[in-house]
Design a protein around this ligand. Structure first.
Ligand SMILES: Cc1cc2nc3c(=O)[nH]c(=O)nc-3n(C[C@H](O)[C@H](O)[C@H](O)COP(=O)(O)OP(=O)(O)OC[C@H]3O[C@@H](n4cnc5c(N)ncnc54)[C@H](O)[C@@H]3O)c2cc1C
Ligand SMILES: NC(=O)c1ccc[n+]([C@@H]2O[C@H](COP(=O)([O-])OP(=O)(O)OC[C@H]3O[C@@H](n4cnc5c(N)ncnc54)[C@H](OP(=O)(O)O)[C@@H]3O)[C@@H](O)[C@H]2O)c1
Length: 481
């Protein structure tokens, strides 16, 4: 896979990196809806199959979407009619099938190069192209592209908070939640008698519940005890509210609730009033208290204070509010899941030592340990220089470690601010990258596929020069807002 800059630079060829939800939607829009702006669209995917977090080698039995079906649907591609009318949440297998169908329907499968990992992307000033290097099934490659869209997602680089010295004396296995697509790993965990899970996010609670309920178990063994170790609990939403009678999404997506949600900038007098006046804040707080009380009662958490967060429900951002895994609260109540508020200190033999309130660590038996400690935001293919040219980090936030970025700065959550205007791109000579690189999939939303679809259209118009863009100062101010 080698080619010369001179040939490719006369063409408009766009590379989409990643064939997850965002990569597929972006490829579909650039391929079909960009008025033939591009001569070619190609997708590089390091996995052997499409779907990203929903790919067949990553999902597992028991995983269902946190989002209700109609909020996790691509605007121009509906789920089958039967599913739309019944299912509130979608099984991972169905999401996988849906994305496969989407790719086939829009002829995207022929655009995807599997087992093609991008290791390096840099701007070639001489050829005015993006040079992309990596490894494919047939060996190393280097190719040039006029445009690139990064769709590598937020959840592909797992985070392990434990150091080697904390784990070296441990006699069991240590896994990360991202490995649950591996049937061997699932089997080892499921057939353990004692498992310690670290984390309080959706992965931790989902997997604690699956294991405690004995799913995946193939051997006839004593019931499992799951010890869930976390720093603090997070808010859970019930499937049904008002004492468990009305589906939660009916309230969440109602005009009433949406009108009380905060905005970065007050769009009208009403939102200014509820955010900025004492009376407005009192009313908002009153409504929030009623909903909080109902959440706790609908979930039946009253007698389980260890599951109730100490911070207000209103502070749970959309990304942090997860639906209760079916049976989680019951498992805690029955003792199948034991909650320990603390952090893992060390691991020796088949014991995990957990520090609670800074006290001397308590020991817990663990045949195996599962880290559900989340992911880091990583762009290992960008050099420091490229991160700087793109303007992804504020100068004061520059970090040495590109494998764990705190956040990234993007105009409209899509365009790197350093490449929007020529005079601001690296090199005032106009040889820097300009309006030819974008990101899709780095925003949190309750309507992920819809935002992905809209963003892909925005990127398409942005590349084609069909969007009026604010000056650099306004771009910077917008990012800070
Ligand atoms: C278990 C789980 C459940 C979730 N459930 C929900 C939910 O219910 N609702 C919701 O809104 N969100 C959910 N999310 C968030 C989810 O990540 C997004 O909704 C969405 O699927 C992300 O799609 P993506 O394309 O951005 O990323 P991904 O799905 O991660 O796809 C990125 C792709 O890029 C590829 N890639 C990465 N680096 C490279 C490279 N260097 N070279 C080539 N290819 C590369 C990866 O292999 C991957 O296929 C969930 C996340 C997880 C982990
Ligand atoms: N069914 C579903 O839809 C589903 C299933 C799984 C995941 N997801 C999605 O996937 C994304 C990732 O979820 P996730 O649960 O894997 O990760 P996550 O939400 O980032 O949660 C990570 C957990 O690890 C803890 N943690 C992080 N660093 C730690 C440290 N140094 N020591 C101890 N604990 C530490 C965090 O603690 P603190 O809370 O104290 O920070 C948090 O509880 C989310 O967007 C989620 O919605 C969805």
């Amino acid at each position: 896979m080698t080619s010369t800059a001179s040939k490719e630079s006369v063409n408009r060829n766009v590379l989409v990196i990643g064939a997850g939800l965002h990569g597929l939607i972006t490829a579909r829009v650039l391929f079909h809806d960009s008025n033939h702006f591009f001569d070619s669209v190609i997708v590089f995917e390091k996995n052997s199959t499409l779907g990203g977090v929903w790919s067949s080698n990553r999902i597992y039995e028991g995983l269902i979407t946190n989002s209700p079906l109609r909020t996790y649907e691509i605007p121009d591609f509906q789920y089958p009619v039967g599913m739309r009318s019944s299912a509130a949440h979608v099984s991972a297998q169905d999401v996988n099938r849906y994305l496969q169908d989407y790719a086939e329907y829009y002829s995207l499968t022929k655009l995807i190069r599997y087992q093609t990992r991008v290791d390096e992307i840099y701007w070639d000033r001489v050829g005015s192209v993006w040079t992309v290097k990596g490894v494919s099934a047939t060996g190393d490659f280097q190719r040039n592209f006029s445009h690139v869209v990064i769709c590598t997602g937020l959840y592909h680089t797992s985070f392990n908070p434990l150091t080697v010295s904390q784990t070296t004396q441990y006699a069991g296995n240590i896994y990360h939640s991202s490995e649950m697509g591996n049937p061997g790993v699932r089997s080892i965990l499921a057939n353990s008698e004692r498992v310690v899970i670290s984390g309080a996010g959706k992965s931790a609670l989902d997997l604690a519940t699956i294991l405690a309920k004995g799913h995946w178990r193939t051997k006839d063994r004593k019931a499992m005890l799951v010890t869930l170790v976390y720093r603090r609990p997070h808010w859970l939403s019930p499937r049904k509210i008002i004492r468990g009678t009305v589906p939660f999404e009916k309230l969440l997506f109602s005009r009433f609730v949406n009108s009380w949600l905060p905005f970065a900038k007050h769009p009208d007098l009403f939102h200014w009033m509820i955010a900025e006046t004492r009376f407005g804040r009192w009313v908002t707080g009153f409504i929030s208290d009623i909903i909080t009380d109902d959440f706790v009662k609908s979930l039946n958490q009253q007698d389980l204070p260890q599951t109730i967060p100490k911070y207000p429900l209103a502070r749970a951002s959309s990304g942090a509010l997860h639906v209760e895994p079916s049976g989680y609260i019951d498992c805690v109540r029955s003792g199948k899941i034991k909650i320990v508020e603390g952090t893992i200190d060390s691991m020796v033999g088949k014991k995990v030592y957990v520090k609670v309130n800074g006290e001397r660590p308590d020991a817990f038996d663990a045949d195996n340990v599962l880290l559900a400690t989340g992911y880091v935001l990583a762009f290992p293919f960008f050099s420091d220089e490229t991160v700087r040219i793109l303007g992804l980090l504020a100068p004061e936030d520059s970090t040495e470690d590109k494998t764990d970025l705190p956040y990234i700065r993007l105009h409209r959550l899509a365009a790197p601010p350093g490449t929007i205007h020529e005079q601001n791109a690296e090199g005032i000579d106009g040889k820097g990258p300009c309006r030819n690189i974008a990101f899709n999939g780095f925003a949190y939303s309750l309507l992920g596929p819809t935002v992905a679809h809209v963003t892909a259209h925005w990127i398409s118009d942005y590349f084609a020069g069909a969007i009026h863009l604010p000056d650099q100062q306004s771009v910077e101010q917008g990012i800070m807002a």
